[in-house]
Ligand binder design. Structure first.
Ligand code: PLP
Length: 440
């Protein structure tokens, strides 16, 4: 029988009693119980429909329940549900081939992990083994995952209670709206952020640094599209000192920016690429590292000291093959670029001109942030209480928002339609009006 309101109540009751949640004070945790979904829409057990403008955790790029991906998982489950990593598996080879075919020349291998954190964990391990160096540089405005090195490479508050891995150093990346460098133009921000990075490298001892880890477009930290020349400048500094560049494409990759890899839009080729989320839209947990020959060859004779029971799990592999094939044949990545440029960007520009609360909007593809301020002059962020009211108001209006600090991230699936963008924008507009009328 289809699930009904009683099932929703049971889900909530079991959750309260037995489920321990991520990044939450358990006593105050409250979550929606979602019964099903399709495309950009999900619904609860009472049949209330919501537009998922968070893509859950910015990972459901292909939309909910894409039939080809669901069918591929079902078919693979009937053939071979699980197999050890130290076996040869056709679906795994097909998935790896599809990933490297989108990477720059010379990237021919993939190490599969369970998600994004362990992708970064293993990329950092490879960089240390390849260079024989120890330190890892990353930015304060970053999130790289919740495991040993990845959480300490992370810049945001989540690092601080977890600082047990060693050899990590942080620096400030560019963020013109809240510049650390007194910059007033994107060019100044880029140049000054590079000078700062150069000074950090020199001060840490260039020969001790294995890698610089960067989100190509920092996501959770605010969708901080890099200013002109910044990534090329990082590449040049790294080359000068024999440092590897690891680009974390976990959130930005596989369609989110309107490109297969976000770095395709910038003048940089990384040394290692990490991915997860959009590669299969999270239908089965998976991530990985895309490895160039120059680093993969290190382990031709020498054993790679890393592995996972579920590396290259067949269900995950089948979902990658089907998701990437559907994204290609249905033009989903191109659609993300077009809907971003033609529909989301102008809609956010008019939202910004209508609402004094909006301090800044930025992004590309289906990867946008609306930054809300109490005062446009001082750029003081709106309060957490205001953000709570905005979140509740959007849910009431049938939009699942992605709220982070003083920002709404506009991050729907890549398949979102112009009509759905219009509905979400109307909800943002109404909620901002209500909050402004109430004097925030
Ligand atoms: N890297 C980035 C840029 C992310 O946004 C995330 C998750 O949000 C991760 C890594 C960690 O991925 P996972 O949660 O799959 O371990």
């Amino acid at each position: 029988a289809p699930l009904d309101a009683a099932d929703g109540d049971l889900a909530q009751q079991l959750d309260r009693s037995h489920v321990f949640h991520s990044w939450s004070a358990q006593g105050t945790f409250a979550g929606l119980a979602i019964a099903g979904g399709s495309g950009t829409t999900v619904w609860d057990f009472d049949g209330r429909r919501y537009l998922d403008f968070a893509s859950q955790l910015v990972n459901v790029n292909i939309g909910h329940q894409h039939p080809a991906v669901v069918a591929a998982i079902r078919e693979q489950a009937e053939i071979l549900t699980t197999i050890a990593p130290a076996t040869v598996n056709l679906t795994r080879g097909e998935a790896a081939k599809r990933i490297v075919s989108r990477a720059p020349d010379g990237f021919n291998k993939v190490f599969f992990t369970n998600g994004g954190a362990d992708a970064n964990e293993n990329a950092i391990r490879m960089a240390r083994l390849h260079t024989g160096r120890d330190k890892v540089l990353s930015t304060y405005r970053s999130y790289h995952g919740n495991t040993g090195a990845a959480i300490v490479a992370t810049g945001d508050w989540r690092r601080v209670p977890n600082e047990f891995a060693r050899g990590h150093v942080h620096f400030f990346g560019p963020y013109l709206y809240r510049s650390e460098f007194w910059a007033e133009t994107p060019e100044q921000e880029s140049e000054r952020a590079l000078t700062h990075l150069r000074r950090v490298i020199e001060s840490e001892g260039p020969a001790s640094i294995a890698a610089i880890v960067l989100e190509t477009v920092p996501g959770t930290a605010g969708i901080l599209v890099p200013p002109p020349g910044y990534l090329a400048g990082v590449r040049a500094l790294a080359d000068q000192h024999g440092i590897l560049v690891i680009l974390d494409e976990v959130m930005a990759g596989f369609g989110r920016t309107g490109r297969w890899f976000a770095f395709d839009g910038y003048d940089i080729v990384p040394d290692l690429i990490t991915f997860a989320k959009g590669v299969n839209s999270g239908y089965i947990p998976v991530g990985g590292v895309v490895i160039p020959d120059a680093i993969a060859n290190d382990f031709d004779e020498r054993v790679f000291p890393g592995g996972l029971t579920y590396s290259g799990h067949p269900l995950a592999m089948a979902s990658i093959v089907a998701a990437l094939d559907a994204m290609e044949s249905e033009g989903i990545v191109t659609h993300a670029a077009e809907i971003g440029a033609d529909v989301i960007e102008p809609a956010l520009a008019s939202l910004a001109s209508a609402h004094p609360l909006v301090g800044d909007v930025r992004g590309e593809g289906v990867f946008w942030a609306i930054e809300l301020v109490a005062d446009r002059g001082t750029r003081e962020p709106v309060s957490a209480a205001t953000m709570g009211r905005i979140k509740a108001g959007l849910l009431e209006r049938g939009v699942i928002p992605f709220i982070q600090d003083n920002r709404i991230h506009v991050v729907p699936p890549c398949v979102v339609t112009a009509d759905e963008v219009g509905q979400a924008m109307a909800a943002y507009d109404e909620v901002l009006t209500t909050v402004e009328r109430a004097g925030q």
